[in-house]
Design a protein around this ligand. Sequence first.
Ligand code: MG
Ligand code: MG
Length: 628
Amino acid sequence: MQTAIATVCLSGALDEKLEAIAAAGFKRVEIFENDLLSFAGTVADVRAMIADLGLETITFQPFRDFEGMPDERRARALERAERKFDVMQELGCDLLLVCSNVSPESLGGIDRAAADLNALGARAARRGLRIGFEALAWGRHIADYRDAWEAVRRADHPAVGLVLDTFHILARKTDLNAIRAIPRDRIFLVQIADAPLLEMDYLSWSRHFRNLPGQGDLPLLDFMEALGATGYEGLLSLEIFNDQFRGGSARSVAIDGRRSLINLFDRLGERTGRRPRGAAALPPRTAVRGTEFIEFAVDEAAVPSFEAMLKGLGFRHAGRHVSKSVARWNQGAINIVVNSEKEGFAHAFNITHGTSVCAIALRVDDAGAALDRAERLLDQPFRQAVGPGELEIPCVRGLGGSLIYFVDAKHGLDRLWEVDFAQVDSPPAAEAGLAAVDHIAQSMQYEEMLTWLLFYTSLFDLAKTPQQDVIDPGGLVKSQVVQSADGSLRIALNASQSSRTLSSRFLAEAFGSGVQHIAFATGDILASARRLAANGVKLLPIPPNYYDDLEAKTDLAPERIEELRRHNILYDREGGAEYLQAYTRTFEDRFFFEIVERRGYQGFGAANAPIRLAAQARLAGGAALARF
Ligand code: MG
Ligand code: MG
């Protein structure tokens, strides 16, 4: 496939868009007319810029409201096209994208549309140009690719071809089988976009919510399979209208675009055993077996209070790094690494973000293959100096500049606690029964959310849940989870457009995106809560009203509810499955821990999230008042 991207996908002025597109490694671009019109430079300037960047312009788009116009308007529509042809020739582009007419003045009839396309094609051919016809999902008379193809077929002109756009086809749930019968040389362009499943009109859905392949819910692989049956190996271009992208970084969206195509072709290969010509074979998606450790960057002065908190949670000081100011704290299968080095990555991270999670290490089968896949997906590997004899654990950059390490047994990296750490004689801990990491919640800018969704789901063998809205007293928080089938890794991605939500306040306090809370699994939350109370840990207070309501809506025994109330434990149920959760208070107004007990339950207690957020907002407000 010859991959490309439309300038409309990205934020900024045309020169910024083109630079971002070239920097991401694209070789071809679709020029959106408005980007050209709004650019402060001549068409010749733009052509030179495109050539300098090593790009090729594959289409000029869109040409609207053309086919089926009444006679008096028809001549004018053809004349209008000639002006576009002038621009295209100046630009050095040979394909005009014509989208189906939405004008109430237009007349129906495939033959009429075909005759108009034939006339336009003949005019284009005179200049060595071509036209591609696309059915908009909201076209007045032609809204289905099968009708567009019939019009193109009857136009019967070599300069007239079909444009297939996955959004228009899949949004309408159009049957894909007819694609298989279209001769591949009559398809001039394929535009690819994903989108979340939403109940709204096609136009608004398309203009605001399209996203990159893999970020949404459309059955793109079904489409690619049908397209593959034609033997098509031509242009495949990203055409994404998305509000988050318009507000985001052009460079980052362009790289995401390339990553989304590499991932799409990989998934297609995974499904069909065949990937498009030129698409590289990647190591399989990385299966995550669990979280090996979570590393915090902590300033030396903050170490005593941080470690006191860990002790309260039942962790034991289990090891000291052989050459660095780094400690291992352990409980069950959970390892917390406290890094208070005065130089290097963690130190720099701490200076920028304060006490925070600077790295997460994941257990995988083959760390080398995981790093290889990451690099092929354009993720950023990271290396730092290690002492003699110490393990070099491969890693890539994750959210907010943090790191994701890959630990495996295959390369002996699972020996890190023996090799890099010395045992310490510490008193036995007042364990709280915390057994493993259940989930990790990350807060980020709203504009970044799709980036990290794609990052996680392309690199790892994780599925995404539908996006949810969570009510925070300060506004709405968007939340989406990526998780492995067996629950060995669950990451909740949270973002908010309101500056007053807890999620947004976290971004302000911590100077950027990062881990906001970590949930630990326990087999008995009441026993854990009692232990934490004995250790002096104060949990987030939950208002009594919550428990009155619980009594009204569940059949839990009053004694059981009383116990939940006494320990500030939240409760949720799905069918026969139960979820119990409690929260610590926030550390330095930044992050907090959650304790969860799952009894066959798959979710995250979404029904309780507004209660928790309100409780946290109350405490934060109280703290603010106390300061003055
Ligand atoms: Mg399109
Ligand atoms: Mg949680």
